[in-house]
Design a protein. Sequence first.
Length: 574
Amino acid sequence: MTATASRSSSVRVAWQLLRREPVAYAISWIGWVLFWAVPIPVGLLLKAILDNIGADGDGASVWTLLVVLGALEVGRWIELLFAAVQWHGVWVAWHTVPRLNLLRSLASDPGPTAGRLPRSPGDAVSRFRDDCQDLALVLDVWLDISGAAVAAGLAVGIMASIDLRVTVAVALPVVAVLWLAHWLGPRLRAWRRAAREATAAVTGFIGDTYGAITAVKTAGAEAAVERRFTELGASRARAARRDEVGTQLVQTLSGATGNLGIGLALLLVAPAIRRGDFTVGDLGLFTTYIVVLASLPRWFGRVGAYTRQAEVSVERLAELLPEPEPDFFVAPVATSLRRGPGPFPAVPVDRPDHRRGDTRLRRLDVRGLAVRFPGGGLEGLDLTLERGSFTAVTGPVGSGKSTLLRALLGLVPVDEGTRHWNGVRVDEPSTFLVPPRVAYLPQVPRLFSETLADTILLGVDDAALDEALRLACLEDDVAEMPEGLATVVGPKGVRLSGGQVQRTAAARAFVRRPELLVVDDLSSALDVETEAVLWDRLFVATSGDATVLVVTHRQEVLDRADRLIRLDHGSAAL
């Protein structure tokens, strides 16, 4: 993406985000403009007060003007309080809308998401937190620059009626700041991207260390982890230092050029003061307005810095989308929701193909499925799953068993092949083959750091929770937990054993009562006795009606399966 295209994208995306809540933004804009514009009547009042002091006029009028002047200042700060409250509401919305839409895209858009996911949890945190904030800062600085520009325009108009040369003196620093921001733009973008990537590396390493703390201790790798963390921290410090120095350089030089404008303006009016062409009131007005004008270059500098840095953020956020066009993540957030228990109460009811069409499985046909990648894949695989059947897939390591399941469900890119649900072609399996049609239990399950109940339910009702716990052989474990189903499992289920993590994920699949249950090596972390009980319960529960497709090496399961598929180097043997 070129610098020009990227810059136009950051401004366009910020504009699209503004249009989501135009009334709220307009109210905030009016509030900030009023705050910035109050010094204009203050200057006029100060001129009147100074001109009346020492004159033959009534002294009472001076006190009246002073009272009005004080009231204006008090009112200005009261108005700022209300403006800040309004601003906070839109500030939260500017962060929330992109985050929700990005999550919605990753969770609900058709097609595989693996290629769009951030490299680590730390990188994801950086994008959803820092990059969304950079975009919000562009809208925020627009409020200040527009308020400062309106006030400066009024001030320049009044001052130009006194001396036009002052207008030129004030304009010169503004032009200098714009040139400086343009010259530093590519460097600011490069420094910001490096700082974001370094931050993501640190936060990702912290998350990985926390999740693997037992492995660190048992391997005696504490010193190595500490050294690596120190290296990442030092790299982040260097990148952050360049980024912050560049940003502060623009803002500091902007302030310096503003002060230069003040000096130039005062030099230009000095002769008029000596000649007596300026009254004391004119000087007071001039001093007040020069302070207003001096803020304008500072804000121009911030606009340039924030816009350049937001270009990087727009690029990074757009990488999470299926298409390069970034306008999606500022689209309106879905508001049609259905309720559910726990901390996952809102699930969009308009999820594509989620509840439309035939949900009851009679027959699933897969024809010519091909997934090609260096060193492996599948080639021309056919598969038929009849209702009530139990199909087992086995084969040596690397033969493509997990790839088969993921390709069937649309979780990896497929080079060739079709899928038909009850004779109807499935064009978007990643959004069609989901609950209540299909539930998938991966080989390496992922759990939310919520209560045990909530990480199982994930927003569905709890009508089948007890049965799911029984099928997953979790009822005894729950009974032994002091907090029972309210036990918080921790990130990735770190507070549970490996077997409990896998059985919790199994319960999450069972509780959805799918038409087709797809399981990838259920027993990889289970002891032999627990595994035998779980399979017995599963065979009883699914006999006759439910359809099951499993990857397994357990001979007992293979012997009881209705159909057995053996994979070898991506080819199937029935």
